[in-house]
Design a binder for this molecule. Structure first.
Ligand SMILES: N[C@@H](CCC(=O)N[C@@H](CS)C(=O)NCC(=O)O)C(=O)O
Length: 206
């Protein structure tokens, strides 16, 4: 049986459940409705020593790290589709996955963590302000890239869109000021035409 360990409100878990749904792969949820924490059990540590979600158990193959899960599923179940058969296109998809997990992620965390995870009296307003500016620049960069193509690696959905689409949703869900980004907005609207995106990513913020 295929199992996905994680909460529906975690952006990293959303990537995994979105691609599973996109590929029509059945799975059983473990911890679906849990709040953050509660992962510190010896059983879970054996699956994910870092005590993080998501973890995928694909019929006995244990896969950790959200973007690794996306690559694994695309490679195993979607060659020539979500996993582009052209190596250059696959590299473009990979590039945007790495952009999300490195450059963009640290700015999302700076804002999200301060606004939603730390008590108001401990909030670092300077970090939030810097993060909001950095996020605006991040998505202006994506906006320029999407000016003449519909998805991050061309004109069809690939694995690259899974992390980036989840990050775009998180960006628009944050209570912050944003620049006008017509191409990102069109991309976000395009993703919302996909039931798998709506059901797995467009869930209320924690
Ligand atoms: N780089 C990891 C990050 C995983 C991560 O930090 N997950 C968070 C949720 S977004 C987590 O497990 N937090 C502890 C918890 O939810 O209890 C990935 O992409 O999978």
């Amino acid at each position: 049986m295929r199992k996905l360990y994680g909460r529906k409100t975690s952006i990293n878990v959303q990537k995994a459940s979105w691609i599973l749904a996109e590929l029509n792969l059945e799975f059983e949820w473990v911890f679906k409705e849990d709040k953050p924490g509660g992962l510190e059990t010896t059983e879970y540590a054996a699956l994910n020593p870092q005590l993080r979600v998501p973890t995928l158990d694909d019929n006995g193959t244990i896969v950790r790290q959200s973007n690794t899960i996306v690559r694994y599923l695309a490679n195993k179940y979607s060659h020539g589709n979500l996993w582009p058969s052209d190596p250059g296109e696959a590299a473009a998809a990979d590039y945007w996955m790495d952009w999300q997990a490195s450059d963009n992620w640290r700015n999302v965390v700076a804002v999200f963590w301060n606004l939603f995870r730390v008590p108001p009296e401990e909030r670092n307003d300077e970090e939030v302000a810097k993060g909001v500016i950095a996020l605006g620049k991040d998505f202006e960069f994506l906006n320029g890239h999407l000016a003449d193509q519909e998805y991050v690696a061309g004109n069809s959905l690939t694995m690259g869109d899974i992390p980036v689409g989840a990050a775009v949703h998180r960006f628009y869900a944050l209570p912050i000021e944003r620049p006008q980004l017509p191409h990102v907005e069109a991309y976000y609207a395009r993703l919302q035409e996909r039931p798998a995106f709506c059901e797995n990513v467009m869930v209320p913020m924690p």
